[in-house]
Design a binder for this molecule. Structure first.
Ligand SMILES: [Zn+2]
Length: 407
């Protein structure tokens, strides 16, 4: 099996909990990759020989971003709605229905092309793992085909039939919950790893959310939740009670919510892009971190309330507006995302872990927040077979065989 040495790493963020501090940084480091896993990690001066060698040129290397919350399978866009909102109109969850109509009308091929383009955008910006939700079909056939599209792009697929009550069920929300927990679940469970519910005014209440998550759990799906985006609700405590992997948004939290989160295992996933794009108050991540809650950062990429694929952008906004330090935000976007997906093989750079990593065109990860809006991703590993030399950059090697890496 071919071995690849990444040498001359100026600053390496490992996130290895065995090393003590949060980001567990090493200076002048090197990594050997074999079969997509990290086979060796240590001082550059002691690096072993390998078949291929990439000179990182003193740059910073971090784990690939883990974007644990996205809605990239959809059709159409909502730029006009965004413009209206930025002109003073407030955000309401019902805007989802316009994307539902466009998505239902779109072919599988259109949906796959659109989602693939967004996943490629993510990857070019350093994201190596992405979670993708359904939620713009809201019929048994459409939710199922959205998950089929998502499955082509990631193993982290989430059934979100409970995104919003569709128009045709406006007078019978209980009937829609029956569908979500019945025939729709039957059709979707084979394509999904997770089940999610939007527990919020205008979407689903706590009792409905409970029955939806329990139905999913009975089918072997892990629980996730959207809650606290627009107001304090009982959703956060329900998520903790049910042992959900993550509760996402959490802009509005009561003291009791924070106490519950601190005592439980549920990760809070901050979605700075949503608050940016809806001009809402930001989640106070400092309050959660000080209480000992695990915080992740994700893009929430969707056409209505957060149409960004950039984890670096989300890191910068979280540092500026959520009272996170650069180290906390980078950890949240990598190891935090892995925790939100209950994954131990990603988000950390250590022997045996997946060799998903990003070479930054910067001496430090701090630049992700310090230089907002600047494309700092030099290379993403492992390179996909589909990535051509057109996008390849040649990093000069000092020994062994020089290697093309892409960015
Ligand atoms: Zn979302």
């Amino acid at each position: 099996m071919t071995t690849t040495l990444i040498d001359n790493i100026g600053l390496l963020v490992t996130n290895n909990p065995a090393m003590g501090d949060l980001t567990a940084e090493r200076r002048d480091a090197a990594i050997v990759i074999e079969g997509g896993r990290i086979a060796w990690l240590g001082d550059s001066a002691r690096a072993p020989d390998a078949d291929e060698r990439i000179d990182a040129g003193g740059r910073c290397v971090i784990p690939g971003f883990v974007d644990s919350h996205s809605h990239v399978v959809f059709a159409g866009d909502r730029a006009e709605e965004f413009e209206r909102r930025m002109s003073g109109q407030s955000y309401v969850a019902g805007g989802i229905n316009s994307t539902v109509a466009a998505t239902r009308a779109a072919s599988d091929e259109t949906l796959l092309n659109g989602a693939s383009r967004l996943v490629a955008e993510m990857r070019a910006q350093g994201t190596t793992t992405v979670e993708i939700k359904s939620g713009y079909g809201l019929t048994t056939a459409d939710e199922s085909r959205l998950l089929g599209v998502a499955r082509k792009l990631t193993e982290e697929t989430t059934y979100l039939g409970a995104h919003v009550v569709p128009r045709e069920y406006a007078s019978d929300p209980a009937g829609y919950v029956d569908l979500v927990t019945g025939a729709m679940l039957d059709a979707c469970a084979p394509h999904a790893k997770w089940i999610d519910v939007f527990c919020e005014g205008g979407a689903f209440d706590v009792d409905q959310a409970r029955s939806i998550l329990l139905a999913g759990r009975a089918r072997g799906l892990g629980a996730r939740m959207h809650s606290g985006q627009l107001a304090v609700s009982g959703g956060v405590q329900l998520a903790v009670e049910l042992g959900a992997a993550s509760v996402d948004h959490c802009t509005f939290l009561s003291e009791a919510d924070i106490d519950a989160l601190a005592a439980g295992t549920t990760v809070v996933t901050a979605l700075p892009g949503a608050e940016f794009s809806t001009r809402q108050r930001y989640l106070d991540a400092r309050r959660l971190l000080d209480a000992g809650v695990t915080v992740a950062i994700a893009t929430d990429c969707n056409p209505g309330s957060s149409y960004t694929t950039s984890m670096a952008f989300c890191i910068a906004v979280a540092v500026r507006n959520m009272r996170m330090s650069p180290a906390e935000a980078v950890w949240a976007a990598t190891a935090g995302g892995a925790a939100a997906l209950k994954r131990s093989d990603i988000g950390v750079l250590a022997v045996g872990k997946k060799a998903d990593l990003v070479i930054l065109d910067a001496p430090s990860y701090v630049h992700l927040a310090y230089r907002p809006g600047v494309p700092l991703v030099r290379a993403v590993l492992p390179a996909y077979p589909s990535e051509t030399t057109e996008s390849a950059v040649f990093l000069q090697g000092k020994g062994g065989r020089d290697t093309d890496v892409t960015f």
